[in-house]
Write a protein that binds this ligand. Structure first.
Ligand code: RIB
Ligand code: CA
Length: 305
């Protein structure tokens, strides 16, 4: 089996950290690098958190720092009530030993895609700013990637920031609009499926009790995120594995059912950042419409800690 080369773009974030662990621990994937963006926290914090998580996992995968702000908006508030003050929930904070690459995220993406024509999978689990900037700088990469898997959007269910919008798309709707119009081969892993992938608190306690220091580290991180879900969605019984599902889809596409659709992004008005299906339009996205949540959860748990 040849491992699939991927670049994972993150706003690390608790579920981003779980996605990093899942990717690094999966032999089907060859993680060429992480690229970072603002989103759950500032890009500086996302870069630092990504380096910390990699260090905990014993990985020396490179990290390239990316966008500080959306393309045309100014972001000043971050959801620290969801991902914690530092972005890694209740996990102990440490200074990472490594530094990010000198290469900016956008250049790292372009260089890697051009060095491995037709082979690289790009996985985006934060706002799409780095990807929009990459296709603006080098539109030719749209035809040179293997696939682009995006955690974002809510096509047939309500959003999680507004009734219409999901957080990653809402953080930079203009970037999402550019990406969906770019011709990139996109698979969209939205709230339609990720809100069905719940990590129950009981499974996290198994990490705490049986998986040593690493298990306790990820349990401290994830318990904070589960508390947010319990407050926001009383009785939900766990936290959504948004970003890990995007990794799961790359490893094993049979976790989900896809439908080809024309997706457009609203960039103004009450429905700002809605990812709406345009019936009859030329399809531009493969949208995940169903998920085998139990099979995915067991696979995720078998790999992460
Ligand atoms: O809406 C869920 C997404 O928003 C996830 O990527 C999470 O990490 C946050 O960025
Ligand atoms: Ca994320």
């Amino acid at each position: 089996m040849t491992a699939k080369p991927i670049i994972l773009d993150v706003d690390t974030g608790v579920d981003d950290a779980l996605a990093i662990a899942y990717a690094i621990r999966s032999p089907e994937l060859d993680v060429l690098g992480l690229t970072t963006t603002f989103g759950n926290i500032t890009v500086k914090e996302a870069t630092r958190n990504s380096l910390i998580v990699l260090e905990k996992l014993g990985s020396d995968v490179p990290v390239a720092s990316g966008a500080e702000q959306p393309l045309r908006r100014v972001k000043t508030d971050y959801p620290r009530h969801i991902h914690g003050e530092h972005g890694l929930g209740g996990a102990e904070w440490v200074e990472p030993k490594r530094k990010p690459l000198p290469t900016p995220a956008v250049d790292f993406i372009i260089e890697q895609v051009r060095a491995r024509e037709g082979q690289v999978t790009l996985v985006f689990v934060g706002p799409l700013t780095n990807l929009a900037l990459a296709v603006q700088k080098d539109p030719g990469i749209a035809g040179l990637v293997d696939q682009v898997v995006i955690m974002g959007g809510a096509v047939r269910r309500r959003g999680n920031v507004t009734p219409y919008a999901e957080a990653n798309i809402y953080s930079d709707p203009e970037a999402a609009d550019i990406v969906f119009r770019s011709g990139l081969p996109i698979t969209l892993v939205g709230l339609d499926v990720t809100m069905r992938t719940l990590l129950p608190s009981s499974r996290v306690q198994v990490w705490r009790e049986r998986s040593g220091e690493l298990g306790r580290y990820f349990a401290d991180m994830t318990d904070f995120y589960i508390d947010f879900y319990e407050k926001g969605y009383p009785g939900i019984g766990g936290c959504a594995l948004h970003d890990p599902l995007a990794i799961g889809v790359v490893i094993d596409p049979s976790f989900v059912t896809l439908e080809r659709m024309r997706i457009v992004v609203d960039t103004e008005g009450e429905t700002l950042a809605r990812t709406a299906e345009q019936p009859g339009g030329e399809p531009n996205v493969s949208v995940c419409v169903d998920v085998q949540e139990e099979r995915f959860l067991e696979h995720f748990l078998s790999r992460v800690i």
